[in-house]
Design a protein around this ligand. Sequence first.
Ligand code: BGC
Length: 764
Amino acid sequence: MRIVVGLFAALVMNTAFAAPTAKTTDTAKMNKFINNLMSKMTLEEKAGQLTQYSADMSKTGNTVRENYREDIIAGRVGSLLNAFTPKFTRELQQVAVEKTRLKIPLLFGYDVIHGHRTIFPIPLGEAASWDMKRIEDAAAVAAKEASADGIHWTFAPMVDISRDPRWGRIMEGAGEDVWLGSKIAAARVRGFQGDKPGATDRVLACVKHFAVYGAPVAGRDYNPVDMSDRELWESYLPVYKAAIDAGAATAMTSFNDINGVPATANDWLLNDVLRKQWKFKGFVVTDYTAIYELIPHGVAKDLKDAALQSFRAGSEMDMMSGAYPKYLPQLVKEGKISKAQLDTSVRRVLEAKYKLGLFDDPYRFSDEKRAEKAMLTPENRAVARDVARRSLVLLKNDNGALPLKREGTIAVIGPMADNQRDLIGAWSAAGSAMDEWKKAITVIDGLKQVGGSKVKVLHAKGSEFFYDEAMLKVQNEHGANLTKDKRSREEMINEAVRTAKKADVVVMAIGESHGLSGEAASRTSIRVPEPQQELLKAVRATGKPVITLIFSGRPLALEAEAAQSDAMLAVWFPGTESGNAIADVLFGDHSPSGKLPVTFPRNEGQIPIYYSHKNTGRPYDGKDKYRSQYLDVANTPLYAFGHGLSYGKFDYSDLKLSSAKIKPTQKLKVSVTITNNGEHDGEETAQLYVRDMVASVTRPVKQLRGFQKVFLKKGESKQVTFEVALEDLKFYDKNMKWVAEPGDFKVFVGTSSDNVKEAGFTLL
Ligand code: BGC
């Protein structure tokens, strides 16, 4: 039967008699090589290829195995994480290819999340640029540096959608929106991998964390995810698929359970969705010790049981649990796992190594000469500076407080003013492991360099990030090394006030330290830590104009800070070029162009708050009591998704539709005129949203379906045209079918999700 089906398929595809293309001969060559190699492998060696340990140059969890070198020699390791530099990777690779029986090279993986040595803005910041070209460039630079440092494979992009700013890892994704997130996921995959695996200046990508790690109950890291099918399929899963469709070579399981089944042992998720429905061809690695964690999750009785469940479900490489090398051979011998399934997974890992060219030259990526010239080059730093300035979001700017003049005295106050380590944020890879943060440009240095000789910069720290002993202890355990100033809080504030009084304008550099976001860094209060709020109040009382820079890895509740600032910018953690990028924006060399990829709430009680919410049967109307509303705070966020001001002032007019009715085969053209009525040139990101007015299931009040960047000189007008296709109107109907239902729709175009022009049309 198999032969018949195979022959039939060959005839239908008409490839049986066609001349072999370069691609088919390449594949045939690869298959032959791998078949031959696999025919020599023992069960233990096969399990070894599915095993990954840490070499401990950086740590992201507890180390379960120190003597991994002996394991390499025994053929029990296929991959290492946290090993880099050409020298170290060469040394380890040498062990694999000289001391093991079959000489299979190791695969080196590492968390290159937002830059390798040149650090870019945290991913949430990069997402705020809404600039796919620049996001791709950033990943390409990261790949260039990482690959020159011996790394083959990055554990990125992290694409988890999150609507919960309590969750510390919201910093690592692209925000709350599945449509924007999908575009960004694809751009990052392209940047890391290039067109084809094997180029020595690229790395393999790994889409993570599969799946829905960004929606833990109560925003607490590692907590369960409990979600309806509709929400899963519509708002969370498509972003992983976008990365896979863009060619991501690997995928990583998530720590959480989904409706009761941990992702790492989730047969439906890995086998049905990822493999069968999405046709994923690469291999799946677990998250760190995730196989072992099935025991505390309470679904496996011991490590052997955990290995069995994970492998059966489709988790192929064991990161750090040591379960596969120990139990897979035995499970195959006992007939609990088929040899064929084991072979399929081993083949996928060997294919990745083959495509990287490691069987031809295992040291291709470990070239010291190349590494010497590749890191932190002026070119890489220039890209980082441009991405960083595009990531800054101008939240408010009263009475043209910004841009600053290039003369007079500026007081820079706050714990981020003269700080380097925190600028690069969490998940900063070699940026922290190799102390590259010491090359980061501080806010003070940036203002001095970009401001020029007529600008005098004064400085006062004013406050520590926080004084809470318990928090300091935890943060220092995470390597933050927060030292306390010898002066009292009062003395520091007094000094800040004296400094502010001597200046024409104050730049406050406040917010979170980098360790307040990232893994295992959830917060119930999403505020600027209290001592800095007090500092801001004291400085504000001097009556000097205040420009506030908010550093954070998440949306913060900023009502108080907004009230005490003339202008305020969300700057995230902008990376190596922080100070320069911030100064470029403050002095107006770059008009701010970032837009929020995630909603900023007024307070924690509003969480989760996101723009694409449902209308309810009792939407807020401002009059009636029995409406969906809070008694003590408005329903609106402080800053909506898509918000971000410019030094230009963009007015939208003349919204036009190509037709009031469209057939399913037609595309609707939506055009609008944007005029820059401000005093400065600037770039606008015009956004298009749709709403299905009547459907078989309730629909969000708005869904992003397009955006365009337009540069407008002062006084200039341009017409921008979007297209809305049938696909943009589809959703999961009552029967979970992906359809567009005929009827009335609204389309909105504007500068943010809460500031739009609207028109209606009908889908026939
Ligand atoms: C994180 C992953 C990361 C892995 C390896 C885990 O703790 O959840 O995102 O890739 O460690 O460092």
